[in-house]
Design a protein around this ligand. Sequence first.
Ligand code: FAD
Length: 384
Amino acid sequence: MSDFRYLIIGGGMTADAAARAIREADPSGSIGIISTESNPPYARPPLSKALWKGESEDAIWKHTETAGVELRLSRRVTAIDPQKKTVTDDRHNAVSYDKLLLATGGTPRRLPLQTDQIIYYRTYDDYRRLRALADQKLKFLVLGGGFIGSEVAAALRMTGRDVTMLIPEDGIGARVFPADLSHFLVDYYREQGVDVRTGEGLATLTPSAGKVVVKTTKGNEIPVDVIVAGLGILPNVDIAEQAGVRAENGIIVDELLRTNVPDVYAAGDVAYFYNPQLGTRMRVEHEDNANSMGAAAGRSMAGKGESYTHLPFFYSDLFQLGYEAVGELDPRLEIESEWKEPFREGVVYYLKDGRVRGVLLWNTWGQVDNARSLIGKTGHLVAG
Ligand SMILES: Cc1cc2nc3c(=O)[nH]c(=O)nc-3n(C[C@H](O)[C@H](O)[C@H](O)COP(=O)(O)OP(=O)(O)OC[C@H]3O[C@@H](n4cnc5c(N)ncnc54)[C@H](O)[C@@H]3O)c2cc1C
């Protein structure tokens, strides 16, 4: 008999959602989770938002064990043997499964610098480290103006810290927002007291007098105490690929979230799935996708699957501004903006050949389902 009827590699939000859905579909099948993290599954979004606004840390824990799940923490799966249906961890334990879920998420992209002075922000441990530093009056440098960089910079500034942002692109969120909104955000962050430098990246780091001197690609020198990086993630596909699981931009799954290897499934940030509404494969690094695809994979593993056709939404908070969005937010698409108040409240449409590919609901709430129903169509929202 196998050690686990259902085995999940990864201890993130996808793993939690999958475990719960399995338990609902199969009240007695054994479920195991193996995770490199020392903490049980928790919600990541509060690490750069709510926890900095006073939410209690108690609120982040998923309590996955209450679904009758055995958690094996602080261990990394190093190999999968799909013939024997076993995985091996870094303590040389072999664990057998009937159904295996790869929920391995992603690893932050790193700079080619040998230093432990950069916090590549992803985990609860990263939050704890940054929080302890933020309690001291130190000078912070945030690398990157994407989701993580913009949220962490806002979080640090809201605690009154001195923050510089170094952004290689020419605006905040430049890869998702149209140029005018991205430039507005630079001004907005500056108004909030963040020293935003655009078109400028990190070239070298030199320790000096208890600080680190950052030399930028423009030749400027900035002495700082702490560097936090948000440079995106790379999907963790290595152990899958070594086992013959096909991956491109993530692990390729079919509509039931099965990989090409029998009884091996994938979901969450690591999965490269087909969305029929957009008519394309995509990999989504957001909470709604982790929760809904994790649950769908769990049902599928338990023999109660249905096609995963959900188009996930995502959201973020930037000081007092916030948004929800669905679909493809690519500023290279045709853009139509409808502002109630410029850059403060409105809706941005991303279109191709006149059809909506993505909708950004900027400080506009309660419209996600309506926005989703517009994808692939020609209409606009009549904002309620
Ligand atoms: C700070 C932060 C803020 C965010 N804010 C938002 C937000 O506002 N809105 C939003 O929609 N999304 C947000 N996200 C994204 C969202 O949290 C992710 O999409 C989601 O957490 C992905 O979950 P996952 O379980 O698929 O992957 P991950 O969270 O990456 O989990 C993967 C797990 O697998 C483990 N693992 C990897 N390889 C192995 C191995 N070989 N053996 C064992 N274990 C392994 C890892 O340790 C980890 O526990 C945020 C993310 C972060 C980091």
